[in-house]
Design a protein around this ligand. Structure first.
Ligand SMILES: Nc1ncnc2c1ncn2[C@@H]1O[C@H](COP(=O)(O)OP(=O)(O)OP(=O)(O)O)[C@@H](O)[C@H]1O
Length: 986
């Protein structure tokens, strides 16, 4: 730490904290790759085993060595191997939080920000969970404890609390969610003295810890509402909690003194999306401010770290909302601490390494914190002290303050005036300057330079006017505040302290014990259960904002004006969609009519609203065991009902189902938005094989920079234009990027902004129809083609036998001219699905010719020589034939057998389905003939039919059946399967 005139110059302090494995990491049998020793953190590359070491101010081990106390608090387990190493919430607070608190008492600004990928533990450290309170609540608790201990002193303490969220470059006031909503959130403005600030942000005076908890709760509920309505994952938002602490006292001379400090506690958005690969190829990527703020933060930290090494660079604070608001924290008047939160698992190596690198850069930055007193005043006081010392020397101990002049030669009779008055004068002067500017006069800044030239004035005038008016209002507000006398402030402070805290959350928690209710499930565990709707009436209506009669209002894609009704008949609950197309899932299944609603049932309304129904009065619930429900549980359940079982063997290492579960609700939401905005576009999930993925590279927008390392199928999204029939495949990231923009469009539409629609080139639902698409691929090794008799084999639909083309010899350019007509009878839904979505697998085969000339040539050569000669050709062709190499890659034979087995299973399932379809059509056919009985031999013949011919024969047998009754003769129903057949020509 160094002293620079009036401030402490200090490096940003950096702490790294590693959390325990989470469920996902445990499920995937992740390995620990983080080590900590003293202040050193080591990360091991899981592939190369290479270690990288980082030294930070603090390294916090929260991976293991702990146990949960009865009250839920996680503390060190001294019996465990790493018990001494384990770091709990109190330790983090004592080492980081207390310093921030001490700074606040000294009148120094502080900032703490938490950086790391989603789920790495940022919120755990900053806010905390349950009994494991994080830095913010612990700091507030200690602050008020200390204030209380000073009761009776002549000091007035003012604590103001604010909470904002930055989402997609828009600032939302979490204590006043309606503020600036229509105008795209709160404006970030620059004040000549205090720097950037969010204009109009609500700052509430709080008088106790309980009150701060309540306000924080209120802010979190508002965050939850916004996140639930937009289905926006909070991990994409930055939250800034602001605590403004002022100490006002009277000095010995009876003059009022004030000392202020601002504490900013920042929970940053998950860092992993900064360079998400799949979206980089999207022409619309710029429009999505997904993480503009975060990438800007990276740039600012880079530039500041460069400055420390002597490089001159522009620090781009102005490029994002977050960096503007954090300007002081990063390069200004603040003591700053950063917590880098990391996962312990090998599967997150890349993200953890990038977090550690980010932290390493951040620790080089220096900030200069100054005690928040007026600087002129401080200089005058210092001069006065110096003059007094000289006067004492001159007069032999007698002091005459009247004679004291300051360095400018002016009398400093006012030298004892308190800081508040001085600041008031300054603010007035500033306002006069701003008024002059407003009136169109040229103004010089303090260095004498023109602030704005006359010529530029007109063009920027309106913009300036807005800014200036805002600054005027801000100054007026501050002046108003300062004008209040000390006695008034003391009175307000005393009154506020005794104000009754509402304890709204406690009341809700009590009521939940006896009244049936719905509570929200959110992907962010911090936000689950924050919104509670009590179901108290006999019939409770649920609908969107436009529904005037709704008891419960839900916002978001797919929610109808009158969406659902919950009925209570003597504590038996049911739920029913109000109209046919109102989507409601109960425990993952879509319902069409009135359905029972039981305790712990999971509900989804529209595409995004996910809730849990709780009925504390349901008889017998105390005897049953209910699984704990969170957002993942509900999503996995929906996926399982759709046939994707995360725990099913053969689901790989869990990445695939995880991606599917992430994409399914997203696709649902995109479809709902498309429907509501009439965008004529449909989205479907697709699994694309690694081979196909590499083909897509360079051919499809979005795949240019796609990660092609994958060896398992990847989840992609097919976008179908329902109007012109075109189809495009997007990587998951590109789709999610687009969805982000779709949601923005939808939110503008919801807010009834006239211009919600966008021109085609910026419309997230649009793609360039001229973009080329790849339809399918058959990799063929060319070298062999020229030397063989070649032919193709393929299977169509449920064919057992492969169809073969003619054989063509000795040409590198075989033309098969193959044609085959397929007729399928009957045209089942399964066949139609196959024709829509399935493909024909064409294989190119060849028979090797024994080349006599080659045999002659090789006569007399040793095996060694021959092997030498054949290296290349032999290895490719031979290995291709024995099947252990695919597309030039060696395939694990075990994997190959699993793939084959899977294909066989699929085939078996399709065949069984076909049998069911046959039986069903037979029954329908019999019904149409008014038959009430069918002979067993007919049933058997239909069931055993493997080919269309056999099936037709069986149906003929049914028609001619004398055992089965046939009262009315044969009537085929119009539109029944037997009237239609499908023909495919290859
Ligand atoms: N030190 C810890 N000890 C125990 N559990 C932890 C710890 N840190 C994090 N966790 C667990 O990991 C999960 C994710 O943590 P947290 O919500 O803090 O992550 P985050 O980085 O804030 O994520 P997001 O970016 O989504 O807000 C939590 O459910 C929590 O239970």
């Amino acid at each position: 730490m160094g002293q620079d005139g009036d401030g402490d110059i200090e490096n940003v302090k950096v702490a790294v904290r590693v959390r325990p494995f989470n469920k996902r990491e445990k499920d995937r049998r992740a390995k620990l790759i983080i080590g900590m020793n003293g202040n050193t953190t080591v990360i091991t590359n899981p592939e190369t085993k290479e270690d990288k070491k980082f030294a930070f101010d603090y390294s916090y081990w929260s991976f293991d060595g702990c146990k949960d106390r009865k009250d839920g608090y996680t503390e060190s387990d001294k019996k465990s191997k790493n018990g001494d190493k384990f770091c709990d919430q109190n330790k983090v607070f004592n080492e980081i939080g207390r310093g921030i608190l001490e700074n606040a008492w000294k009148g120094l600004n502080s900032s703490l920000f938490a950086y790391g990928q989603t789920g790495s533990g940022k919120s755990w450290s900053v806010i905390g969970y349950g009994a494991n309170k994080g830095i913010v609540p612990l700091l507030c608790e200690e602050l008020f404890k200390e204030i209380k201990s000073r009761d009776g002193s002549n000091c007035v303490f003012e604590v103001k609390f604010s909470m904002l969220e930055i989402y997609n470059e828009v600032v939302h006031d979490l204590l006043d969610p309606k503020a600036g909503k229509k105008k795209g959130g709160l404006k970030v403005r620059q004040h000549p003295k205090k720097g950037f600030y969010a204009d109009g942000l609500k700052e509430v005076v709080v008088g106790s810890y309980e009150e701060i908890v309540e306000k924080m709760d209120e802010g979190t509920v508002n965050r939850t509402v916004a996140s639930t309505n937009m289905n926006a994952t909070s991990s994409r938002a930055h939250t800034i909690v602001g605590i403004n602490f002022v100490q006002i006292s009277k000095n010995a001379a009876g003059k009022e003194m004030s000392k202020g400090a601002v504490i900013n506690l920042v929970d940053l958005a998950g860092s992993e999306r900064v360079d998400s690969t799949g979206a980089t190829g999207d022409r619309l990527k710029e429009g999505a401010g997904i993480n503009k703020s975060l990438s800007c933060l990276g740039n600012v930290i880079h530039a500041l770290a460069d400055e420390e090494t002597g490089k001159k660079s522009r620090v781009p604070y102005r490029d994002s909302v977050l960096t503007k608001l954090l300007q002081n924290a990063l390069g200004g008047n603040s003591k700053t601490v950063m917590i880098a939160a990391i996962s312990p698992a090998d599967i997150n190596y890349d993200e953890s390494l990038s977090t550690l690198r980010f932290a390493d850069r951040a620790k080089q930055i220096k900030t200069k914190a100054t005690v928040n007193e007026d600087q002129t005043e401080k200089m005058l006081r210092e001069l006065k002290a110096e003059n007094e010392r000289l006067l004492l020397l001159l007069n032999g101990g007698k002091m005459n303050t009247q004679d004291v002049k300051d360095f400018t030669g002016k009398d400093v009779a006012t030298v004892n005036e308190d800081q508040t008055e001085k600041m008031l004068r300054e603010l007035k002067a500033e306002n006069e300057r701003l008024l002059l500017l407003l009136n169109g006069q040229d103004v010089k800044d303090f260095t004498g330079k023109d602030v704005v030239s006359k010529g530029d004035m007109e063009s920027v005038k309106s913009q300036w006017e807005e800014e200036l008016k805002a600054s005027l209002a801000e100054n007026a507000k501050n002046m108003e505040d300062m004008k209040r006398s000390y006695e008034e402030k003391l009175k307000a402070y005393t009154e506020h302290k005794t104000l009754h805290v509402d304890h709204a959350r406690t009341k809700i928690d009590e009521k939940k014990k006896t009244v049936p209710h719905l509570y929200n499930l959110n992907v962010d565990p911090q936000l689950s259960g924050r919104i509670v709707h009590f179901v108290e009436k006999d019939s409770t209506e649920i609908g969107n904002q436009k529904g005037q009669t709704s008891d419960i209002c839900m916002v978001g894609a797919g929610i109808h004006q009158e969406h659902a009704i919950i009925r209570n008949n003597k504590d038996k609950f049911t739920i029913k969609p109000k109209e046919k197309d109102c989507r409601i899932l109960v425990n993952g299944t879509a319902i069409a009519g009135e359905t029972d609603l039981d305790h712990n049932d999971r509900l989804v309304f529209g595409s995004t609203q996910t809730w849990l129904f709780q009925n504390p009065n349901e008889p017998g619930i105390d005897k049953k065991k209910y699984p704990p429900i969170n957002f993942e549980f509900a999503q996995e359940e929906i996926a399982a009902k759709a046939g994707i079982n995360i725990n099913q063997p053969g689901m790989g290492d869990g990445v695939l189902p995880e991606q599917l579960i992430e994409c399914m609700p997203a696709v649902e939401e995109a479809n709902s938005i498309s429907e509501e905005l009439d965008k004529r576009v449909k989205f479907e999930i697709m699994l694309i094989s690694p081979e196909m993925l590499s083909k897509l590279k360079g051919k499809h927008e979005g795949f240019e920079n796609h990660n092609m390392k994958s060896t398992t199928p990847e989840v992609c999204v097919k976008m179908k234009n329902l109007e012109n029939g075109t189809e495009f495949i997007w990587p998951k990231e590109k789709f999610l990027n687009r969805l982000y923009l779709m949601k923005e469009m939808y939110s503008n539409y919801e807010e009834e902004e006239d211009e919600w629609d966008l021109p085609e080139e910026n419309d997230p639902f649009q793609v360039d129809v001229n973009e080329e698409v790849l339809i399918g691929a058959v990799p063929v090794f060319l070298q062999t083609v020229a030397y063989m008799d070649v032919y193709c084999k393929y299977t169509m639909y449920l064919d057992d036998e492969k169809t073969e083309t003619e054989k063509i010899s000795f040409t590198p350019n075989p033309e098969f001219n193959h044609k085959k007509k397929f007729s399928f009878y009957p045209a089942t839904q399964q066949l139609i699905d196959y024709l829509y979505n399935g493909c024909v697998n064409v294989e190119l085969w060849g028979r090797q010719n024994v080349r006599k000339s080659a045999v002659a040539q090789r006569k007399g050569l040793s095996t060694k020589d021959m092997l030498k000669q054949d290296r290349g050709v032999f290895s490719k062709t031979a290995n291709l034939m024995n099947g252990f190499q695919m597309n030039g890659r060696v395939v694990d034979p075990q994997k190959q057998s699993v793939i084959v087995e899977l294909l066989l299973l699929k085939k078996t399932a399709a065949r069984l389905q076909q049998k069911c379809d046959h039986v069903k059509t037979m029954l329908e056919h019999a019904e149409s003939m008014n038959r009430s009985r069918i002979s067993t031999h007919v049933v058997k013949a239909v069931y055993s039919a493997n080919t269309d011919d056999q099936y037709r024969q069986a149906i003929k047998a049914l028609e001619a059946d004398v055992d089965g009754d046939d009262d009315s003769g044969h009537h085929s129903r119009p539109g029944s399967a037997q009237n239609s057949s499908v023909c495919v020509i290859l």
